[in-house]
Design a protein around this ligand. Structure first.
Ligand code: NAD
Length: 278
């Protein structure tokens, strides 16, 4: 079984560099998929209130019998719940659905700048953190201007920013901003949602050279540039394939060939304007 290395967040908490994402997995299927992932060796699971599978995820965690301290569970606050008091209530509801007494990483799902309350929301996150109910707090889909406001107006630098990132959207500027401020970069849709990216000839050629799959090459690229990754699959063989990425390394030539695939192409929404559900 692959051993996933951990990275250290800015408060010293260890987070597995590779985890399992469950977006678009219905609640009952999530129990099965998360169960398979835990069996395959994943210890970090990424869910969100809006995924409506916190209960299914929690059931798999409970059934696994894995000691809680060996697991790293992330969930996220949905846009409709932003605001100080509503965040505290939403956090309690997520904990209840997961059947847990604490979260390892709690994230603001989107900044929703038009709503204008992400600073208040983050202040509620600071209370949750101070109360020991989240071991680390962070954000998702935040742009530098949103991160800057948090850094200036609150006291805890976010531990992580979970952003869309893959070889066709490499986010070099945002990664540099994160590095400068001690914020970990966590890549969502790391495989480009399994769309065209895995058929790009450069990726396929590197995979052939290493006798690996395109998905494994892309995950290696993330790990080697220092990202945390959370690939998603419900297919048992792919769940295993996506964690079996610690027995080979891309060389400089591979990394340079992948570096030029950047197209600045988003698959998901623009964080500056996205306000769905708010
Ligand atoms: P992904 O890049 O992980 O791609 C998943 C898809 O790729 C699968 O559905 C499957 O079609 C395909 N795939 C998976 N493994 C494969 C393999 N080995 N070979 C070939 N194809 C394979 O996309 P994702 O689910 O969008 O992102 C991963 C996780 O990131 C999500 O599950 C979720 O936890 C998180 N996420 C967060 C946000 C956010 O706003 N914070 C947004 C999207 C996703």
């Amino acid at each position: 079984m692959s051993k996933v290395p951990s990275i250290s967040l800015n408060n010293g908490v260890a987070m597995p560099q590779l985890g399992f994402g469950v977006w678009q997995v219905p609640d009952d299927e999530a129990t099965k998929a998360v169960g398979l992932a835990l069996e395959a060796g994943y210890r970090s699971i990424d869910t969100a209130a809006i995924y409506e599978n916190e209960e299914g995820t929690g059931r798999a965690v409970a059934a696994s019998g894995i000691p809680r301290e060996e697991l790293f569970i992330t969930t996220k606050l949905w846009n409709s719940e932003q605001g100080y008091d509503s965040t505290l209530r939403a956090f309690d509801a997520s904990l209840d659905r997961l059947g847990l007494d604490h979260i390892d990483l709690y994230l603001i799902h989107w900044p929703v700048p038009s709503k204008g309350v992400y600073v208040d929301t983050y202040k509620a996150f600071e209370k949750i953190y101070a109360d020991g109910r989240a071991r680390a707090i962070g954000v998702s889909n935040f742009l530098p201007e949103h991160l800057t406001r948090l850094i200036e107006e609150t006291s805890i630098v976010p531990a992580a920013n979970q952003i869309e990132l893959h070889p066709q959207l490499q986010q070099a500027e945002l990664r540099a901003f994160h590095a400068q401020h001690g914020i970990k970069t966590e890549a969502w849709s790391p495989l480009g949602q399994g769309r065209g990216l895995l058929e790009v000839p450069t990726v396929v050629a590197i995979a052939q050279k290493h006798e690996r799959t395109p998905a494994q090459v892309v995950l290696r690229w993330h790990l080697q540039i220092g990202n945390v990754v959370i690939p998603k699959s419900v297919t048992p063989s792919r769940i295993r394939e996506n964690i079996d990425v610690f027995g080979f390394e891309l060389d400089d030539e591979d990394m340079s060939a992948l570096a030029v695939l950047d197209e600045g192409k988003r698959l998901g929404p623009n964080p500056a304007t996205f306000d769905y559900g708010a």
